[in-house]
Design a protein around this ligand. Structure first.
Ligand SMILES: Nc1ncnc2c1ncn2[C@@H]1O[C@H](COP(=O)(O)OP(=O)(O)O)[C@@H](O)[C@H]1O
Ligand SMILES: Nc1ccn([C@H]2C[C@H](O)[C@@H](COP(=O)(O)O)O2)c(=O)n1
Length: 207
């Protein structure tokens, strides 16, 4: 699984590896989060997180689970984020910042606990693209996704701190697999070089 802050370069990384045969790449279903039967839960969440946070996160949980249980069609699958980061990072951030009511967080948590107890979600390796929040802020502005124009730097700092506490400092939640940290503040050329350096570790993680 590839993890990292918003606009850290996860999709770009997965697009690079998708050129390798025998690797299946599953990017995040962001297009679904922007359009479910004509509604845009991602946009609604950024406009009014207290009202729409649960709506988005419930749908993210469903769409990530749908990806996790897809039968494998190649020896290696790389997936962007997971049901774990949805809960441990994004839902947690909404709740901790006072933007998700306690009852919403409790219901989402019960769903999550049921899922991970009853459905196998095997993970071999977590590839963590470690960036500074400032880098993500620059890349976010450059990407210019409509819904995300309201995101301040402080939001990216909160998401960053949650990732670091989880994957680096082991201070929050159980980590479901070993973590490979790739420093990701560099330009694209250097990033591609680093991906090549780590190719074996990533592709052999399931062995
Ligand atoms: N190493 C990099 N240097 C500069 N820009 C980058 C780099 N990696 C990705 N980008 C650009 O930053 C933006 C966010 O990248 P993206 O791969 O969509 O991030 P994510 O999937 O993590 O949200 C895109 O516009 C992308 O072209
Ligand atoms: N559980 C989640 C997962 C993602 N988001 C948001 C964050 C971004 O605005 C967008 C896609 O993320 P990216 O791939 O660009 O890092 O979806 C969320 O709110 N909750």
């Amino acid at each position: 699984m590839t993890k990292g802050n918003i606009a850290s370069g996860k999709t770009t990384c997965l697009e690079y590896f998708s050129k390798t045969s025998d690797i299946e790449v599953l990017t995040e279903p962001v297009s679904k989060w922007r359009n479910v039967q004509g509604c845009n839960p991602l946009g609604l969440m950024y406009q009014d997180p207290s009202r729409w946070g649960l709506t988005l996160q419930t749908y993210v949980q469903l769409t990530m689970l749908d990806r996790h249980v897809l039968p494998m069609s190649t020896p290696v699958r790389m997936m962007e984020r997971s049901i774990y980061s949805a809960k441990y990072i994004f839902a947690e951030n909404l709740y901790k910042s006072g933007k998700m009511p306690e009852v919403d967080f409790a219901v989402l948590s019960e769903w999550f606990e049921w899922i991970i107890k009853n459905i196998a979600i095997p993970v071999d390796l977590i590839v963590y693209l470690q960036t500074s929040p400032q880098t993500c802020y620059e890349r976010l502005k450059q990407r210019c996704r409509d819904e995300e124009k309201v995101i301040p730097l402080e939001y990216l700092e909160s998401i960053h701190n949650l990732y670091e506490d989880w994957l680096i400092h082991h201070k929050s939640f159980e980590v479901p697999a070993p973590v490979l940290v790739i420093p990701a503040d560099h330009d694209l050329k250097k990033m591609l070089h680093q991906y090549e350096e780590n190719r074996e570790k990533i592709l052999m993680a399931h062995c």
